[in-house]
Design a protein around this ligand. Structure first.
Ligand SMILES: [Cu+2]
Length: 149
């Protein structure tokens, strides 16, 4: 009994100590995530993160950032074609329209895991941050260069 009590009470305490702000933040209303994954290449090469955000509500949402203990910095990027050269730019937000969706895909918006500490086969914790303070925690599978099996 005592063991169970400790386990159940210490975990939230640890979260509260580490992330007092996130404890207050609610999950975003009507936003769900489909098919999240990370493409891992090499330890010193940023890894791309991909997913689809689905908004079933009447209010538009904006993804404004993400964090992960497995990424060092985790940035929001957009791939753009500048005169035939593929480039990536940091963006401050990805809009998720009401009754719509936003796709983070290769060649478009994506997450960029700058210092990947992971291996293919891992599942890493990622927290998505939305305008207004809502946060959404995810478990994201890690695949190799070939993508999802
Ligand atoms: Cu990028």
């Amino acid at each position: 009994m005592r063991k169970t009590l400790l386990a159940c009470c210490l975990a939230p305490l640890a979260v509260a100590l580490a992330l007092p702000v996130q404890l207050l933040a609610a999950a975003p209303a009507n936003i769900t995530v489909q098919k999240p994954w990370i493409r891992y290449l090499l330890p010193n090469i940023p890894a791309g993160g991909y997913l689809t955000l689905v908004n079933t509500g009447d209010i538009p949402a904006t993804l404004i950032g993400a964090t992960s203990p497995a990424c060092g910095a985790l940035m929001l990027h957009e791939s753009v074609n500048m005169g035939g050269t593929a480039m990536m730019m940091a963006v401050t937000g990805v809009p998720v329209p009401a009754h719509g969706q936003a796709e983070l895909v290769e060649g478009g918006y994506h997450l960029m895991c700058m210092q990947p500490k992971m291996q293919p086969g891992d599942e890493v914790a990622v927290t998505l941050d939305f305008a207004g303070g809502a946060t959404l925690p995810l478990r994201v599978p890690v695949y190799g260069p070939a993508g999802a099996p």
